[in-house]
Design a protein around this ligand. Structure first.
Ligand SMILES: [Zn+2]
Length: 195
């Protein structure tokens, strides 16, 4: 999820944004934008829980913080695999870092309509109805299954990121008029070479 866009200038720039191990330079990935087919296809389940996956998760956090987002799913860095990272504190609290591998929503409750954005659709926002509370079943980086409950913004971030892993963008939750308007504007930006 949201907010400001990452530019390709940040790509490959080693920075230290991981609050737990500030000495390790992380890879900052370029963020894939709307129009790339990787964003609209279901990602593959992860079966290998190794050091490489741990590195990827840390690089995803670094990429997300650099882009000032609160969630990032692997398809957004061009990898069609089922892993997403979430931190609704934007790096302020290291304990708020959540890695979801092969996540599933097992329960949703209530409804909340809030404005939402996406790092892959920079500059555009829209109101999306999401469950107020959700329960997620996922695996951690070691492959252990766990359950986590989210409320409000955290519930929204979980739903948004799991949508990404299923090839669904928030645009698909908007009304047709709003969705078409955004798509038209993006088309125009593409023509101008600004997307
Ligand atoms: Zn998104």
């Amino acid at each position: 999820m949201p907010d400001k866009s990452a530019t390709s200038e940040t790509a490959e720039t080693p920075v230290t944004t991981n609050p737990e191990t500030p000495a390790v330079p992380r890879k900052i990935y370029p963020i894939v934008k709307y129009g790339d087919p990787v964003l609209e296809k279901p990602a593959k389940p992860i079966t290998k829980f190794d050091a490489e996956l741990e590195e990827l998760a840390e690089d995803m956090f670094a990429t997300m913080y650099a882009a000032q987002g609160i969630g990032l799913a692997a398809p957004q860095i061009g990898k069609s695999i089922r892993i997403a990272v979430v931190d609704v504190t934007s790096g302020k609290n290291p304990e708020a870092k959540i890695v979801l591998v092969n996540p599933e929503i097992t329960h949703g409750e209530g409804e909340k309509r809030e404005e939402e954005g996406c790092l892959s659709i920079p500059g555009f926002r829209g109101y999306v109805v999401r469950p107020h509370f959700v329960t997620i079943k996922a695996q951690d980086l070691k492959g252990e299954t766990f359950e986590i409950r989210g409320e409000d913004l955290l519930a929204r971030a979980f739903c948004h990121e799991i949508d990404h892993l299923n090839g669904i963008l928030f645009l698909q939750h908007l009304g047709m008029l709003k969705r078409d308007l955004i798509k038209r504007k993006i088309k125009k930006l593409k023509k101008q070479g600004e997307w």
